[in-house]
Design a protein around this ligand. Structure first.
Ligand code: ADP
Ligand code: MG
Length: 214
């Protein structure tokens, strides 16, 4: 994993967050307090603005700096959770023995574990983890099997979408929506939506561009 790729991914993440303002806003208005889009937009902007500072750093250090920046700029419940994702991912990456995809998968998994610990949450609680946990598991499995980056990206886009859709029928047991009981049913979780968007954007960046038809 190269720092240049992380910076490119940050730009793609910013674009997808901006392009999905309406849905992120309305989901958090339905089962939260409506600030999730603003939080994510502020975080993405802050990271993209760090490009010059991050470019000369190793990937591990860049991930650490991204996490620290998110800790100081991102509000809400999702801020410290996403910050801990990047800090832990950077820490795991620093100790990676190989630069291969399986090491990226392990780093991603370490980030997800940190969110679980910090938020004291697991699968099926109608949070971002309903996207992140299955994606981390699928990523590790496919990387261990030696799957190509292309196959992994395509699979993770699908896994993220399935995870997001799984939140529709769940009752929330963590976060603001936990107070809503059955009223949360029928709404997707906003944090799950932003994670699905971010994962899809990064995977699409890594998939080779489709060839023009003629
Ligand atoms: P807030 O809820 O403080 O307004 P945001 O609106 O930015 O913060 O983020 C809400 C999202 O945070 C939720 O949709 C959910 O995905 C995620 N979230 C909240 N609590 C937790 C938790 N304990 N573990 C994992 N994710 C959580
Ligand atoms: Mg909110």
């Amino acid at each position: 994993m190269k720092t240049a790729l992380i910076l490119q991914a940050a730009k793609e993440i910013q674009l997808t967050i901006l392009a999905n303002e309406a849905s992120l806003e309305s989901l958090d208005r339905a089962i939260g307090d409506g600030d999730h889009y603003i939080n994510m937009k502020r975080g993405a902007q802050a990271i993209v603005a760090m490009q010059d500072e991050l470019a000369p750093l190793s990937a591990a250090l860049a991930l650490n700096k991204i996490g620290l920046k998110l800790l100081s700029t991102l509000g809400g419940a999702s801020g410290p959770l996403l910050a801990s994702f990047f800090i832990s991912m950077g820490k795991q990456w620093a100790s990676a023995e190989s630069p291969h995809l399986s090491a990226v998968a392990l780093a991603f998994d370490a980030g997800v574990q940190a969110i679980m610990q910090r938020g004291k949450a697991g699968l099926g609680e109608k949070t971002m983890l309903d996207v992140l946990i299955p994606v981390a598991q699928q990523f590790k499995l496919l990387a261990e099997q030696g799957a190509t980056a292309q196959l992994i990206c395509a699979a993770l886009i699908e896994t993220a979408e399935l995870g997001l859709q799984s939140t529709l029928t769940l009752i929330a047991t963590k976060g603001r929506a936990a107070g809503l009981g059955e009223r949360a049913i029928g709404h997707l979780d906003p944090g799950a939506k932003s994670c699905q968007l971010m994962i899809t954007a990064v995977c699409q960046l890594l998939l080779p561009a489709e060839k023009p038809s003629n």
